[in-house]
Design a protein around this ligand. Structure first.
Ligand SMILES: O=C(O)C(=O)C[C@]1(C(=O)O)C=C[C@@H](O)C=C1
Length: 286
């Protein structure tokens, strides 16, 4: 005796439809892979291949046309895997994760975003993590949010103002999908690389300013507004033994080195340095 009951006819027919759709999805993935091979061969990219702005623009475009029962978050999951596979085709990338304070959560965020197929190198502090980019042992570095503490891990932003021997940039902020289902890693992280960020159409930029020591945070905001920027969060650090402060400002939009508003910022000791930009995560306000 066996208790196997053949599935009812309706179920068989529905499964046949799913098999046919799966074949079509698979055919399209294979076609997509062939185009990514052409991007790798003829796309003219050198060095670090990831383009987080382009990824964000693709995800926003797909979610804007999305309808039906398939959860939006699952669209993000599928395309995260698609981008991960594309980057494998383009030569592969390794991520260096700064796993000091809050490191477990940061590693989980990085795995969620870049996928379990991306190899990981772990480091205790931001300078070791960024050193991996300079020697190309990793192509992306996952850093904690910026901070003003001297002993914390969030002071890395000062290291990104160096122009030589390798200019490093912030190119992304994760998670890109900020609505967190229960059990998903919390917190946020910034992604650095030895490649300039690419604009996604809805971005924020990070600018480092050096000002005299008596400049207040409120004054930094005013100086930025007066030169045409829309500033958000601002982090301030005193430079030890110096009569100056460094301020990291988040501003709306994608700011390039040639942006005329940079030259219009009054009261600076040295020219401002744009240390990167990132696609505004989905679910952030507004
Ligand atoms: O457009 C590119 O530059 C690609 O490499 C293609 C692609 C994609 O699969 O769409 C893959 C990786 C990049 O991070 C962005 C986009």
């Amino acid at each position: 005796m066996n208790d196997f009951t053949p599935p009812p006819n309706a179920l068989n027919q529905l499964r046949a439809q799913l098999d046919a759709i799966d074949d079509q999805i698979h055919d399209l993935l294979m076609r997509r892979a062939a185009v990514v091979e052409s991007v790798a061969r003829d796309g003219g990219k050198v060095g670090t291949k990831i383009r987080p702005g382009r990824e964000a623009a693709i995800l926003r475009r797909l979610l804007a046309r999305h309808t039906g029962a398939w959860p939006a978050q699952a669209i993000i999951r599928i395309w995260r895997e698609i981008f991960g596979a594309a980057l494998i085709i383009e030569g592969g990338q390794t991520m260096a994760v700064c796993d000091g304070d809050g490191g477990a959560e940061r590693l989980a965020l990085a795995r969620e975003h870049f996928g379990p197929l991306t190899p990981v190198r772990r480091h205790h502090n931001p300078s070791q993590t960024l050193a991996d980019l300079a020697r190309d042992s990793a192509q992306i570095a996952i850093l904690p949010p910026p901070s003003e503490d001297d002993d914390g891990q969030g002071g890395w932003w000062q290291m990104l103002t160096a122009k030589a021997p390798h200019r490093l940039f912030i190119i992304a902020k994760i998670p890109f999908w900020t609505k967190r289902a229960e059990g998903l890693p919390l917190g946020e992280a910034f992604v650095a690389a030895a490649v300039k960020p690419d604009a996604s159409g809805h971005d924020r930029s990070l600018i480092v300013l050096e000002l005299s020591a008596d400049t207040s945070r409120a004054r930094v905001t005013v100086l930025l507004k007066d030169s045409g920027f829309a500033p958000g969060q601002i982090w301030v650090k005193r430079i030890p033994g110096d009569s100056a402060i460094l301020a990291l400002a988040e501003v709306e939009g994608f700011v390039e080195d040639t942006d005329p508003r940079l030259a219009a910022i009054a009261g600076l000791n040295t020219p401002p340095v744009v240390i990167g930009a990132f696609a505004v995560p989905m679910g952030d306000t507004p």
